[in-house]
Design a protein around this ligand. Structure first.
Ligand code: FAD
Ligand code: FES
Length: 279
C-alpha cells in the first residue's frame, strides 16, 4: 500500500506565540502583545484566535491590532474564568498556543472603501473595532469620513486612553466618548452610548455602521439606527457566542443555520433575518 503523499494539517493543533508585552489596563482587562514563533499571523480585522494555556484550556479572543502591523499582534483579555485568569498570570516571555485566525465574517474591508464609516462601541466592544479603525487610519485615502462613538460604564474602566486621545486630536476622524457615570474629573458626555447617536445624524446618512458591545446595547442602538433610517444592509454587528472548536464542527455557537465561528463573528444585520434570536 502506498503512503499518503501529504499529511493533513491538524486543525486543533495550536502554534506557539510568545508574550512580548503585557499591561493591566484597568481592574479586569489585560493588554498583550504577542509574536508567533513561526512567522507573522495572517489575519483581517474582525477575526479571532483560539488562545490556549497548557493544562487549563482555550478561549476565543479577537485580534485587536490592525493587520497593517506585521511584527506582532495584540489582544485584550478580560479576566472572567479559568482560562482568562490563567492568561492574566502569564509573564513576558511565556508562550501560549494559538489556533486560527478564525471567522470568515470579518469586517468588509473592500466594500467599505470610499464609504463613510461609523463605529459604535460599548466597553470591551472597542477591542475588535480598534483593529478596523486603525486599519482604515493606516489606509486613510481609501475610505471616507470616520466617526467613532464609545460608551464606557465609568472612568475607571476606560482603556487605550492615550490612543483614544490621539484619535480625538486627529482631524480625519470624529471621535466622541461618553461614560454612564461620571466623577468630578470627567468633562465629557455622560449617558449611555445611544445618547451620542442623535449628534451624528448627518454622518449616518449612507454610512456603513459597525456595532460591537454588550448584548443589551444592540437592542437600543438598533432602535436608534432604525429611527435614523439607516438601512439594515448598511449595519454590521459583532456577535459573541460560547465556542468550543472555532471551526464549524461542534455546534456550540450555532444559531439556527448560522455558525458564529465560521459565518461571523461580524454579521450584516440584514443577513440575521434568518436568526432573529441572535440579537
Ligand atoms: C468570537 C469571540 C471573540 C471574543 N473576543 C474576546 C476578546 O477579545 N477579549 C475577551 O476578553 N474576551 C473575548 N471573548 C470572550 C472570551 O472568549 C470568554 O470570556 C472566555 O472564553 C471565558 O473563558 P474562561 O475560561 O476565562 O471563563 P469561563 O469559566 O469559561 O466563563 C466565565 C463566565 O463567562 C461566560 N462566558 C464565557 N464565554 C462566553 C461567551 N463567548 N459569551 C458569553 N458568555 C461567556 C460563562 O458562561 C461564565 O459565566 C470572545 C468570545 C468570542 C466567542
Ligand atoms: S465553535 Fe464549534 S461550531 Fe462554532
Amino acid at each position: 500500500m502506498s503512503k499518503p503523499s501529504t499529511i493533513e494539517k491538524d486543525i486543533y493543533l495550536p502554534q506557539l506565540a510568545a508574550i512580548e508585552k503585557r499591561r493591566l489596563m484597568n481592574a479586569t482587562e489585560m493588554y498583550l502583545r504577542l509574536k508567533m514563533d513561526e512567522g507573522p499571523l495572517d489575519y483581517v480585522p474582525g477575526q479571532f484566535v483560539e488562545v490556549s494555556v497548557p493544562g487549563v484550556g482555550e478561549s476565543p479572543i479577537t485580534v485587536s491590532s490592525s493587520p497593517t502591523q506585521k511584527e506582532y499582534f495584540e489582544l485584550v483579555v478580560r479576566r472572567i474564568g479559568n482560562v482568562t485568569i490563567a492568561i492574566h498570570r502569564l509573564r513576558i516571555g511565556d508562550k501560549v498556543g494559538i489556533r486560527g485566525p478564525y471567522g470568515n465574517g470579518a469586517y468588509p474591508v473592500e466594500e467599505a472603501k470610499g464609504r463613510n464609516l461609523v463605529f459604535i462601541c460599548g466597553g470591551i466592544g472597542l477591542v475588535p473595532q480598534r483593529s478596523f479603525v486603525n486599519y482604515v487610519l493606516d489606509n486613510r485615502d481609501d475610505y471616507g469620513e470616520i466617526t467613532v462613538l464609545l460608551g464606557t460604564k465609568c472612568m475607571a474602566q476606560r482603556f487605550f486612553q492615550s490612543e483614544l486621545d490621539g484619535w480625538s486630536h486627529r482631524e480625519d476622524i470624529h471621535f466622541m466618548e461618553t461614560v454612564d457615570e461620571a466623577d468630578d474629573c470627567w468633562q465629557g458626555n455622560v449617558g449611555v452610548v445611544t445618547t451620542l447617536i442623535p449628534k451624528i445624524e448627518r454622518e449616518l446618512t449612507s454610512a456603513l455602521v459597525f456595532i460591537c458591545g454588550p448584548p443589551v446595547m444592540y437592542k437600543f442602538v438598533l432602535l436608534a439606527l432604525n429611527e435614523a433610517k439607516v438601512p439594515r444592509e448598511n449595519i454590521f454587528l459583532n456577535l459573541e457566542r460560547k465556542m468550543k472548536c472555532g471551526v464549524g464542527k461542534c455546534g456550540h455557537c450555532q444559531i439556527n443555520n448560522l455558525y458564529v465561528c465560521i459565518d461571523g463573528p461580524v454579521f450584516r444585520y440584514s443577513d440575521l433575518a434568518v436568526a432573529p434570536e441572535a440579537i
